[in-house]
Design a protein around this ligand. Structure first.
Ligand SMILES: Nc1ncnc2c1ncn2[C@@H]1O[C@H](COP(=O)(O)OP(=O)(O)OP(=O)(O)O)[C@@H](O)[C@H]1O
Length: 337
């Protein structure tokens, strides 16, 4: 990493949703920093709270149905306390967003040019001609072969991969210092996924922005990230550099996630030829155990005494944090004869 200047700092962030008359936390006390020029991945199964956190960073939770506490500090201000008016100055300007479904994120009735021009209109002083030139420059930057032609088209005329490139162009329009990418390649087929990840890597080298990449896919993490935070049931259970996480995973959840990806032969059970899968699912927010190790029920063969009563993150090596003590004597039952 060329620079370790912290540009976003999350401190004890809690985000709860109203269910009937109560609030239940989907994000439950997370702390993390993002540095300039860093690609930080947040990884976890569906329901672990990743999108809830990403949505808070871009200030898009509905205050009527959600409750946010803690701090997400950006340029000395807590995003969680900002009014919509204040946030409008930042969103799409200093913080860019790329979401999973490019079709849902684009307006079907506006040309590509009009959609890329919009943030330039609101956040810059460029005149019409300058905005037009910047639109063409951005389309070129995201690898679109004929920017002039594409600028006049509508979203339905484009392939999924092209639409995602347009979304990235919109996110980049005002040269944001931070880019939040929530499952940016999930809706795309595998070859296009690889191109979009390459594009994100290239863009980051050029812009030196900090990128938070939200994904359930460890393959995407390996391709893209510098550092990884593994999220389970609203908490970070492990934080490490990508090399450390893949070479020396500690938390039982991380180890289970790594065993469920099919890249390596030794992940496949020799006798049955099947992948090892993690039993069970992330509990819903109303059923989350709020005390003790939240992963304990998915590794029932591990004795209760191995878990902490109030699991905390422990630094096991420099910059490598693991929650709970259950990793110390953890094993997979199939490894024991
Ligand atoms: N508006 C909401 N109201 C109530 N519960 C919600 C709301 N949004 C999310 N949740 C719940 O919060 C938990 C975390 O959801 P979230 O979408 O953040 O997880 P995720 O890890 O991003 O999963 P996915 O990849 O499926 O989006 C889930 O149990 C989800 O059902």
């Amino acid at each position: 990493m060329e620079s370790n200047k912290i540009i976003l700092e999350m401190k004890d962030v809690e985000i709860g949703f109203r269910v009937k008359d109560d609030y239940y936390n989907a994000v439950d006390g997370v702390s993390l920093t993002l540095s300039k020029n860093e690609k930080l991945a947040i990884v976890g199964e569906s329901g672990s709270g990743k999108s809830t956190l990403a949505t808070a960073i871009v200030g898009l939770h509905d205050p009527k149905n959600s409750k946010q506490t803690g701090e997400i500090n950006y340029k000395g201000k807590n995003i969680l306390n900002m009014s919509e008016k204040e946030y409008l100055k930042i969103r799409g300007d200093e913080i860019g967003m790329i979401f999973q479904d490019p079709l849902a994120s684009l307006n079907p009735l506006m040309t590509i040019e009009a959609q890329i021009e919009e943030p330039l209109f609101y956040h810059t002083k460029l005149n019409k001609k300058e905005r037009h030139n910047r639109v063409l420059e951005l389309l070129d930057q995201v690898g679109i072969a004929n920017p002039k032609r594409m600028a006049k088209q509508y979203p339905h005329e484009l392939s999924g991969g092209m639409r995602q490139r347009v979304i990235i162009a919109i996110a980049l329009a005002c040269k944001p210092g931070i880019i939040i990418a929530d499952e940016p390649t999930t809706a795309l087929d595998v070859t296009i996924q690889a191109q979009i990840l390459d594009l994100l890597n290239e863009i980051q080298e050029e812009t030196e922005s900090g990128i938070i990449l939200i994904t359930h896919d460890l393959g995407v993490v390996a391709e893209t990230a510098d550092r990884v935070a593994v999220m389970y049931a609203g908490e970070f259970v492990e934080i490490a550099t990508v090399e450390e996480l893949f070479n020396n995973p500690k938390h039982p959840y991380t180890r289970s996630l790594l065993r469920s990806i099919p890249q390596s032969n030794d992940l496949v059970d020799e006798e049955s030829g099947e992948l090892h899968v993690i039993q069970g699912v992330v509990p819903s927010i109303t059923n989350l155990p709020r005390t003790g190790c939240r992963f304990a029920h998915r590794i029932p063969w591990i004795n209760e005494e191995e878990h902490e009563h109030n699991p905390e993150l422990h630094e096991v090596a420099e910059g490598h944090w693991v929650r709970c003590t259950c990793h110390e004597n953890f094993y997979f039952p199939e490894e024991v004869e």
